[in-house]
Design a protein around this ligand. Sequence first.
Ligand SMILES: NC(=O)C1=CN([C@@H]2O[C@H](COP(=O)(O)OP(=O)(O)OC[C@H]3O[C@@H](n4cnc5c(N)ncnc54)[C@H](O)[C@@H]3O)[C@@H](O)[C@H]2O)C=CC1
Ligand SMILES: O=C(O)CCC(=O)C(=O)O
Length: 633
Amino acid sequence: MPDQPTPLPYLIIDFDSTFTQVEGLDELADIALENSPEREKIVGQIRALTDRGMSGELGFAESLKQRLALLPARREHLPLLVERLQGKVSESIRRNRSFFEQFPGRVYIVSSGFREFIEPVVGEFGIAPEFVLANTFTFDKDDHITGFDPDNVLSRDGGKIEQLRRLHLTGPVYVLGDGYTDYQMREAGLADRFYAFTENVARPAVVAQADKVLPSFDEFLYQNKLPMSLSYPKNRIKVLLLENPDPRAAELLRQEGYQVELVPGGLDEDELVERIEGVSLLGIRSKTQVTARVLEAANRLIGIGAFCIGTNQIDLTECLKKGVAVFNAPFSNTRSVVELALGEILLLARRVPEKNALMHAGKWDKSAGGAFEVRGKKLGIVGYGNIGSQLSVVAEAIGLQVFYFDIAEKLQLGNATRCRTLAELLAQADIVTLHVDGRPENTNLFGAEEFARMKPGALFLNNARGPVVDVPALAAALRSGHLDGAAVDVFPYEPKTNDEPFESELRGLPNVLLTPHIGGSTAEAQRNIAEFVPERLMQYINTGNTQQSVNFPNIQLPEQAAHRLMHIHHNVPGVLAQINQVLAAHSVNILGQYLKTNEHIGYVITDVDKQYEPALIEKLREIEHTIKFRVLY
Ligand SMILES: NC(=O)C1=CN([C@@H]2O[C@H](COP(=O)(O)OP(=O)(O)OC[C@H]3O[C@@H](n4cnc5c(N)ncnc54)[C@H](O)[C@@H]3O)[C@@H](O)[C@H]2O)C=CC1
Ligand SMILES: O=C(O)CCC(=O)C(=O)O
């Protein structure tokens, strides 16, 4: 946050759809009509009248009169309404409650809504009744709401203007609101600025008149260098999402208040270099290469979300050196890949790819030649991680004997047999399936030599990564008849978009199933990923939690009523000591401190007393070997 607070101007804040997320009268109608068959219809009519009044399409007094005529509400409904509105205070206003408490006497609520429900809601924020200027209801002897007090200036057209005039405020006056009547105070020359508040509703006619548009109250505080609960407004955080992750991802990130931009398909290095400036969070899938050059151009990048398992497309070490945390979805699509592999094994064993092609060409070839049951056959799994081991379990359930080879020590599941070398596995497996990761050392893990070691007539599957297999060698093994079939989902080069043609030596070979990298492309997997990855990114931004980051030291942090400072530095001796010296020199009390390092960086989270001088932040930033420093809250 900028550190020099300016004197607070008078703030005139609207209530309905600004201070709260909703319109009070719409909610009152909803409550009053709870058991009425007409509820939906009447609430809809009231909403439409509210909108027409707010956008300036219908005179305000007329809109209010027509709404109240439709409203069958009673005094007893008001406490219910207040309770509902207290739960619907705008998010950014709610989180900055202490701001309102700090500046009594500077904030007025000027509303054409009703005092009966506004006062108790804003009162919780320290705004006293004399700073609430609003209409009042009239009631009949049976406590039905009959209308509004016509002597109240706010019930008339131009009422807010007259009300503000009567306040005789001296000094700058800023108006924050979502409606045309809020803008009119500025138009009448009574306010210095009109801020269109769009967190809940953005009315084009109102936005067009605004001096500034506020997607959140944090943005107002930030622009005016006023104290705020967040260190940085969320609406300033730009997210770039590539390769079409499930729409739920953008929805969650937008709900958080971030600006989200979507680019269908992937971007090549040059294109990404051009687009990455100003981006705080980048979301990709398996295609986009995040290289050192891209990271060099990424001047604001904080985190990368890989909406997939594999992260070999990202230069993880360079990310570390730039202080960029990377998160993936390590098991959201595991089951989908396993199901595809199992299906492929069964189809290849029955030569379905070949029979299917013949049938489509009008050829009836009923024969058992080359077809076999998988029961009792040996399945060799190379890479016994999440996918490999899950496949092991389901493959055993249909009678396959499982053998596996992994470079790491792995828990043996069910009756699976561990092979000590790849050669041992290849010599006995009837079907070989790859589930290794795409680390550079795995490039061409399978070439002519490995295929030659496989049993004649064996089947081969690659659902892992394209570069792991030497495709010309695989094609040769299939053409020669040494291998009986293959299923391949991943390729050394994959088209960037669905419009680009697919080229491969494997095209046209019999009993070869080719799929366009869809191992994880199921509704379930994509939805799981779209929830998992944004959650990790948001947690990192909000709390510094790096649990499950693929490159950062993993720290799971407790919640603390404090200021939280995040410091990422090159892993050299003495940085923690320097941080603590700076804190001590500013008499700041440390409430909690968490440090983890890896070979490249040190990651320190420090929770400190609420009170500190802005100069402290500058000093922490200046510490030698600092890569990134952020005040989280
Ligand atoms: N086709 C698709 O759409 C999808 C493909 N994948 C690919 O599948 C890979 C595996 O996924 P998970 O099982 O979740 O990863 P994982 O990290 O849990 O398992 C990978 C295993 O391979 C082992 N390994 C690495 N190199 C090896 C080698 N040379 N020889 C033997 N073992 C080796 C590792 O020790 C590890 O146990 C991912 O990295 C990704 O590349 C993942 C999801 C979808
Ligand atoms: O669905 C994708 O884009 C990639 C899936 C994949 O290969 C992975 O999760 O690693």
